[in-house]
Design a protein around this ligand. Structure first.
Ligand SMILES: Nc1ncnc2c1ncn2[C@@H]1O[C@H](COP(=O)(O)OP(=O)(O)OP(=O)(O)O)[C@@H](O)[C@H]1O
Ligand SMILES: [Mg+2]
Length: 215
């Protein structure tokens, strides 16, 4: 799926103040591209990827999935497309607290009523190094483990696009390198579009394209 972002703007209102989080940002994500989104804290990275992922509406501008204007669709249709095509890992990974790791990973498949491909899930868990956590609750995992489970959950349904918002923010150097390495291996294997928000220069160097929101 190709994603085209046309001059999107986003304004937040705080009392009488208007905060322009994005001002006329355009970008083009061809199918299977690996894109890094960078810029200083508060420049609008999270806002940008949430709009690209169809979660939040822009104030102005368009987001096209293979030419279809996502925010012209009604909410039900938009949710359906998002569930079908986009995997999202949030800056603060939100797992379902009462479900085990493996139950968390299966949830999108159940919502989508998609057949469970156990070998795909097992491979994901193995690559992400979380096989041994299958029966654990999120509260009994480290931040990095939770993040890896969140990645597995996002990838369980084989999305065409994976968006991760600073997936390595809470990890130490070694573990963040490991997680990025895994994301790249999975990207090369699954050929999804990968959009990563990151502050990590080593990641920009490996990306096919960089979106610098500071500019
Ligand atoms: N719900 C909101 N209400 C008001 N202002 C907001 C809201 N969400 C974000 N902002 C503001 O919009 C701007 C962009 O925020 P955003 O979270 O997109 O930045 P970011 O680049 O992801 O930052 P960080 O690197 O710290 O995660 C910031 O100035 C932020 O304070
Ligand atoms: Mg952010």
């Amino acid at each position: 799926m190709d994603i085209t972002v046309k001059e999107i703007s986003k304004v937040y209102t705080q009392g009488n103040n208007k905060i322009w989080a994005l001002h006329k940002v355009s970008a083009e994500f061809p199918e299977s591209v690996f894109a890094a989104v960078k810029g200083p804290s508060g420049c609008g990275k999270t806002t940008f990827v949430r709009i690209v992922g169809g979660i939040d509406e822009p104030y102005d501008g368009q987001v096209l999935y293979d030419g279809t204007d996502v925010f012209r669709l009604n909410e039900a249709k938009r949710n359906e497309i998002r569930l079908e095509k986009i995997g999202f890992v949030f800056q603060e990974p939100r797992l379902f607290p009462t479900l085990t790791a493996i139950e968390n990973i299966y949830t999108p498949l159940l919502i989508k009523k998609q057949k469970i491909d156990k070998s795909h899930i097992n491979e994901l868990c193995e690559k992400l190094g979380i096989t041994h956590l299958a029966d654990r609750l999120p509260k009994d995992m480290s931040g990095g483990e939770r993040q890896r489970v969140a990645v597995a959950r996002a990838l369980s349904v084989d999305p065409e696009v994976l968006i991760t918002d600073e997936p390595t923010a809470h990890l130490d150097h070694e573990n963040s390198e490991k997680l990025m390495e895994i994301l790249l291996v999975l990207h090369q294997r699954l050929k999804q579009t990968l959009i990563v928000v990151t502050h990590d220069e080593r990641i920009y160097k490996k990306a096919d394209m960089i979106i610098d929101l500071d500019k």
